[in-house]
Write a protein that binds this ligand. Structure first.
Ligand SMILES: Nc1ncnc2c1ncn2[C@@H]1O[C@H](COP(=O)(O)OP(=O)(O)OP(=O)(O)O)[C@@H](O)[C@H]1O
Ligand SMILES: [Mg+2]
Length: 326
């Protein structure tokens, strides 16, 4: 049994304009101690998938159907008390913008200690020691002194380190990192990613790394889920995705960034705009932007084809290959 099992998850927002189908039948497993990347362009449903797992959707958002099991325990439909015990203890999340997640009026130490006291059975002194230890772990220098400072006294990169410390202080089994480095500049990004890799090795937790940056995936992830318009278009190991992409959207993503495979070639961004989630097309959601689209792509949504064990792609281009294999 995988540590986290997401099956056929559908999440929508019920707005005045209609039902926004942000997540449409997403399924994936996260194994203990592994790093799973979720990639896809802006609006593809990465954050909504994460918020569905944590059940921290805004009031108009609702999980319409599907199952999310953590350690075998069903979270969809679970009581808020159950979710409270899951959040922070079993699953922690780090958000994109560390400034909005830290309270400017409390010291870093107070906020770290609050999280530790809330989620573990430590007393105040032990919580203080643990907070200092965590700041040390995320490479914040002079942690004792830093405990007494306020968020504005920290740089962006340092604040993100604090957020990581806070998320990890309660030793969750799963850490969801939702674009943890997008708000930071490139050199600081690299440092934070190194740090996450390090901590993952030391603490052995599983990570869901949400990003639109395939470079981050290459550095960190074992398994990758590629999302487009709320659906998974391709899923496989990082090697499958980089060396044998089988969905036209994944291929497009790879053509748009420098990789070992396209050295010296001109980078090609994916043209066109994402589809309107209020009016989902009948066929493949990527078809209107896909250079290789065939008639069937417009007519019928493609179910996932199995390319190899644990590698699937929902792209009609694989039909012939799949038929040849059978
Ligand atoms: N509260 C909401 N009300 C209505 N629609 C929403 C709401 N939150 C998200 N959505 C829609 O759901 C879709 C998926 O959003 P999501 O935030 O998951 O994208 P994302 O993949 O995380 O993108 P980004 O890379 O920009 O963070 C988007 O089209 C978005 O407009
Ligand atoms: Mg997002």
């Amino acid at each position: 049994m995988a540590l986290l099992e997401v099956k056929d998850l559908h999440t929508s927002f019920f707005t005045d304009a209609g039902e926004v189908r942000a997540v449409n039948g997403v399924s994936f497993d996260l194994e203990r101690g592994k790093v799973l990347g979720i990639v896809g362009e802006s609006g593809s449903g990465k954050s909504v998938t994460a918020y569905s797992i944590m059940q921290i959707l805004t009031s108009t958002g609702r999980i319409v159907s599907g199952s999310i099991k953590c350690d075998g325990q069903e979270l969809v439909g679970a009581d808020e008390n159950v979710m409270k015990s899951i959040r922070g203890n079993k699953i922690s999340i780090i958000f994109q913008d560390p400034m909005t997640s830290l309270n400017p009026t409390y010291t870093i130490g107070d906020q770290l200690m609050e999280a530790i006291l809330l989620h573990t059975k430590r007393n105040k002194q032990q919580a203080w020691d643990r907070a200092v230890e965590m700041l040390h772990l995320v490479n914040v220098n002079e942690p004792e002194k830093r405990m007494k400072q306020y968020p504005f006294e920290f740089s962006g990169g340092m604040r993100q380190r604090v957020m990581i410390a806070m998320a990890l202080a309660c030793e969750p089994d799963i850490l969801i990192a939702d674009e943890p480095t997008t708000a930071l500049d490139v050199t600081i990004q690299a440092g934070i990613l190194e740090l996450m890799k390090d901590i993952q090795k030391k603490m052995g937790m599983a990570i869901i790394m949400i990003t639109h940056d395939l470079g981050v995936v290459a550095q960190l992830c074992d398994e990758v889920v590629v999302m487009y318009a709320g659906s998974i278009c391709e899923k496989g190991t990082a090697d499958d995705i980089f060396y044998n992409p089988c969905h036209e959207y994944t291929k497009g993503l790879l053509r748009s960034i420098p990789t070992a495979g396209n050295e010296g070639q001109k980078l090609q961004p994916i043209t066109g705009t994402p589809i309107d989630l209020l009016n989902m097309p009948k066929g493949c959601p990527f078809a209107p932007r896909c250079d290789a689209a065939m008639k069937i792509c417009i007519r019928e949504k493609c179910e996932s084809f199995e390319i190899s064990e644990n590698h699937t792609a929902a792209c009609w281009m694989n039909l012939k290959k799949a038929m040849d294999r059978n």
